[in-house]
Design a binder for this molecule. Structure first.
Ligand code: GLU
Length: 439
């Protein structure tokens, strides 16, 4: 049974980088008929906010990435305490008292000597008396997991074989001096207890994975399959981390990006397969293959989402937008015809608003000086709306006859006179939708 999880911290809004993680884990679970857990990593009581947890759910729902259950870390502190006890009992957990400044100094010294800045395990040499003294002076210490200094190896679903020398990694702190359990311990307990079989996450977690594999083993758990996707960069390869705030899923939704456009893009970006618009989540599931993703940083350009969005809309059948059109005020009698004309001329659904205003209120005519006389004659030949399927053909024929104009010199000035624009839908199809013409 495949079980995956998406484990955001509810300390902010989801962005495109998080979406990759969510989507890959969701796709793996759904492709196998498995379980997908939404896990809220809320062990930090100051930064975690219920409104962010709600926003995360709302964003996933918008995309159709449904979860089978929600778990929260803040409700499992007893479990993490029990795991800490277990690690103590096995001699894999030790209390240390260095302040952040002292640790920083140690790191600087090591770097100056050309050594990797790995915690020197000084606390392991403390006697019970030393610790009691330090506790009296400094309060409770923090707790570190004692790594087994061997090589840690796993076959990564994206990176291939990975090997980390545990001696080059600091013993991770799992409990802070103020008693807060850190993500690494909580995550390991959850992954064990929920029977997580696959973990996909960003490559910034590779070292974490090394230490977590040892903690899972120390607690007698089964190590899941790990895969680490590359980090997203901006279009020029620049770090995206600072800009991710502006690439939140809710911003993209506000900009009119369509869910299937975003999902189709993210399910392929960074893989050897081309990005194609998929119309349903089932198609995305069927076309997904983790093994086709590469380790190199992946360029993400928000602009790429708009052609896909336009494409998605151009294929959308009327019933799926009937509600939107009705809310916009398009009368039922012409709503379908309006959609079929407008859908090829929009980038996002919001683009419909302008087309509807044009149909309802008419445009300010755009008339070049050299066309003024001809347009004035044309307006004289134009009856009032409503128009029918033949109206454009009949009107342009009458104008041609009266002015001698033909071809582009006939059609373009008339389009500009009726729509105020030099581009847009087929005029024969648009005209029956015009409720008003300004002359
Ligand atoms: N809360 C962690 C994060 O957002 C989860 C990482 C994981 O998938 O284990 O980075």
């Amino acid at each position: 049974m495949t079980v995956t999880r998406f484990a955001p911290s509810p300390t902010g809004y989801l962005h495109v980088g998080n979406l990759r993680t969510a989507l890959f884990n969701w796709l793996i679970a759904r492709a196998q008929g498995g379980t997908f857990i939404l896990r809220l990593d809320d062990t930090d009581p100051e930064r975690s906010k219920p409104e962010y947890a709600d926003a995360i759910k709302e964003d996933l729902e918008w995309l159709g990435l449904t979860w089978d259950r929600v778990e929260t870390q803040s409700s499992r502190l007893d479990r993490y305490e029990a795991a800490a006890e277990e690690l103590r009992a096995r001699g894999r957990f030790y209390e240390a008292f260095e302040t952040p400044t002292e640790l920083d100094l140690k790191r600087k010294k090591q770097l100056n000597m050309g050594r990797p800045p790995v915690y020197d395990r000084a606390a392991l040499a403390l006697s019970e008396d030393d610790k009691a003294k330090l506790r009296a002076e400094r309060g409770q210490g923090h707790w570190r997991f004692k790594l087994d200094q061997t090589r840690i190896e796993w076959d990564d679903g994206i990176l291939g074989p990975v090997s980390i020398d545990a001696a080059s990694v600091s013993d991770p702190v799992l409990i802070r001096a103020d008693g807060q359990f850190l993500y690494t311990l909580a995550s390991v307990c959850d992954d064990i207890d929920y029977g997580i079989t696959h973990v996909v996450r960003g490559s910034d977690h590779v070292t974490n994975t090394g230490t977590q594999i040892q903690i899972i083993s120390a607690l007698g758990g089964t190590v899941p399959s790990f895969a680490h996707h590359s980090l997203l960069t901006g279009p020029q390869g620049e770090a995206l981390s600072k800009r991710l705030g502006t690439l939140s899923l809710r911003d993209l939704r506000d900009q009119g990006v369509e869910p299937m456009a975003l999902l189709s893009h993210m399910a392929r970006l960074g893989s050897s397969q081309p990005v194609d618009l998929r119309e349903t989540l089932d198609e995305v599931i069927a076309g997904f293959d983790l093994a086709t993703f590469g380790a190199a940083p992946t360029k993400f350009d928000v602009k790429d989402l708009f052609p896909l969005t336009a494409h998605a809309l151009a294929h959308r059948p009327y019933p799926q937008v009937a509600g939107y059109l009705s809310a916009l005020g398009v009368p039922d009698a012409i709503a379908e015809a309006f959609w079929l004309v407008a859908r090829d001329n929009i980038t996002t659904l919001k683009g419909l608003d302008a087309w509807w205003v044009l149909c309802r209120d008419g445009a300010t005519p755009l008339i070049a000086p050299e066309d003024a006389e001809m347009v004035s004659i044309a307006f004289g030949l134009l009856p009032e709306p409503p128009y029918a399927a033949d109206s454009w053909k009949d009107w342009t024929a009458a104008v041609k006859e009266a002015t001698g104009r033909k071809g582009k010199g006939l059609f373009m000035p008339l389009r500009k006179a009726l729509t105020g624009m030099d581009h847009g839908p087929d005029m024969a199809a648009l005209m029956p939708l015009l409720q008003k013409v300004n002359r």
